[in-house]
Design a protein around this ligand. Structure first.
Ligand code: AQP
Length: 334
């Protein structure tokens, strides 16, 4: 805890155009913490390069992700918004924590298994040690709470294990963080395979609704969403497509699943899909407008990056000096 406020940390990879999964499962929930906590929201570009990125696109998406944070309601004067690679302590602590993370633990990570299968020609060491860098991101700021979607739960548990292990060896060094997984929207699924989560790097564009898609594109994708051969609009385990659409609708409107079911009772699937598409497109319209305004002022975005990096750097340094002392690194006075 610094400045008497407890800390929240979360990050998003600029590894693709963000989806409504990233929005509903994570970003949209971030601003709720801004008053009570010191919030660090990071664009984790170092994580993004665990999968090969086009340099110009990575740079553009880094600006875009920062602009999206703000367009989704994060005030840069109330939250520390920054880019991971601008604060070198992430890499420094990441390496140290690699040495406190077991090969067996990393081997069990389902995201590593999924991403290795998808990128069989580039199963690099960074992809494998990704969770140790994520632990560093979180532990560097003495974070209490990490708002994430359910896919990050396993990584977060590993971050807790690493923190506990380090604390046991060296005495209290890190706050052991808790996850904050939203009750609704923690796993938004693909529109083409609703048994899988929606991912920004999915190559099937019909599977993914992006925050910045046009209204027409959003409605077209929802119209093509995979459902089933039944005709009942109910939330049920054997109806993943319909359940996913009901979840998306309920997250966008704030209505409960029961209210949504009652509202669509008796409607055909075609009309239901259009109604969900329109709700999503209209709900995201203000975000798209604010995003366009922010992206037109690159100098302003750079000023926010600088302000965020300086603030993050100051607090990251405090943790690092403690860590270096505890593990026995020598220090020189500058
Ligand atoms: N489908 C989802 N439903 C709910 N939450 C989700 N998140 C991601 N997908 C969903 C949450 O968004 C935050 C940022 O995710 P990330 O950028 O760190 O990477 P990810 O979890 O690997 O997300 P993607 O979209 O699947 O990216 P790629 O395709 O690059 O791997 C996290 O809090 C995540 O839980």
């Amino acid at each position: 805890m610094y400045n008497d406020k407890k800390v929240v940390f979360s990050g998003v990879q600029p590894s693709g155009n963000l989806t409504i999964g990233n929005y509903l499962g994570a970003i949209r929930n971030f601003s709720a913490f801004s008053d009570e906590y010191h919030c660090y929201y990071c664009v984790v570009d170092m994580h993004a390069i665990t999968v090969r990125q086009n340099p110009a696109e990575l740079r553009r998406r880094t600006y875009e992700t920062l602009a999206l944070y703000m367009a989704c309601g994060l005030d840069p004067d109330k939250n520390t918004l920054f880019i991971q690679s601008h604060v070198p302590q992430h890499a420094e602590l990441g390496w140290i924590l690699d040495c406190y993370t077991m090969f067996g633990e990393l081997s069990r990570m389902t995201q590593f298994k999924d991403k290795s299968a998808k990128n069989a020609d580039n199963i690099n060491a960074g992809l494998f040690t990704y969770p140790a860098l994520m632990a560093a991101d979180i532990l560097l700021y003495q974070t209490e709470l990490v708002p994430v979607g359910i896919d990050q739960k396993q990584h977060l548990e590993l971050a807790r294990d690493i923190a506990n292990r380090f604390n046991q060896v060296y005495g209290e060094t890190f706050v052991v963080p808790e996850g904050y997984i939203p009750r609704e929207g923690a796993k938004i699924c693909s529109l083409q395979d609703p048994t899988k989560k929606m991912s920004k790097s999915d190559t099937n564009e019909n599977a993914v609704v992006r925050i910045l898609d046009t209204k027409d594109d959003i409605i077209r994708k929802f119209k093509r969403a995979v459902t089933d051969s039944d005709n009942r609009i109910i939330f049920a385990e054997d109806k993943p497509g319909i359940s996913n659409l009901l979840t998306i609708y309920s997250c966008m409107t704030g209505k409960t699943i029961e209210e949504a079911q009652a509202q669509f009772n008796g409607m055909g699937y075609g009309d239901f899909k259009i109604a969900v598409g329109e709700t999503v497109a209209d709900g995201l319209a203000p975000v798209r407008e604010e995003f366009a305004r922010l992206m037109a002022d690159k100098a302003y975005l750079e000023q926010i990056m600088k302000q965020g990096a300086e603030e993050a750097y100051r607090n990251a340094r405090r943790t690092m000096s403690k860590v270096r002392r505890k593990i026995g690194f020598t220090e020189i006075k500058h």
